[in-house]
Write a protein that binds this ligand. Sequence first.
Ligand code: DO4
Ligand code: MG
Length: 288
Amino acid sequence: MPLCCFQLGSNGGQTRLGWVDSEKERVFELSHTLASLLALDGPARLARIMQMRRSAVGTYPLKTVTLRAPVDQQEVWAAGVTYKRSRDARIEESTQQDVYEKVYDAKRPEIFFKANGWRCVGQKARVGIRHDSNWDVPEPELTLVLDSSGKIAGYTIGNNVSSRSIEGENPLYLSQAKMFYASCAIGPWIMLPEELEDVSNLAITVSITRSDEEIWSGQTSTSEMHRSFEDLIAHLYASLDFPHGALLMTGTGLVPPARVTLQSGDQVTIGIEGIGSLTNSVARLSAR
Ligand code: DO4
Ligand code: MG
């Protein structure tokens, strides 16, 4: 039964932590924050969740609440070039091809900061594309929810929206290609490890629709990953502490062909087997 963050109705207000029943019909409010759960170790966290499930402070029909990105005080980090498809796409787009070839096989993975929790958007919210970019793509990524000691506390879906034109111009522009308004969608909820059987072979799908017509779809599997989750986590936690836990996007294995770029009004749906699907509309956000 997944953990979620939600608001009552559609008018904002306080964000609450909850769990969703297996029929996906009801949300039970829990008297905790995600940060406080991720400060506990695995057995204590599970015991606390089970205890809270027995004493939910409120119950709401799922269709009446607004799901928010399941993240509070955590930072979101991301790994790159963890699938061959991503390596090949960067080589195709970049003026500096060998950096991608080298990092794909290097001992040290590419890991970069993506977003603070408060910058993330959730299920059905709008993701942004930059006003100064002309080649923009979704990046569907299995996203690890990590506790303060670096153990996997759950799995969710991430859309690491990126500008290929800005990164392609110069790899040193990576932060600008990755970090901008509403570029990080996370959701719809967090599946606990106990609820997912074999994370080494989960199907990941993506579909982009424009005016109700699908313009591109793709499918891969976590079995195509070139690195292990443990390796990525070890490098992230090697020289940083995360007292409230962290989210780690594990890289994309799905990159559309060069003719495809996102436009305002597109809908992107990412599905990950055993977790669910994350749908977002796209908007080109002007300079502020
Ligand atoms: O090297 C740039 C970023 C790659 C990335 O985000 C990915 O492979 O998912
Ligand atoms: Mg990525």
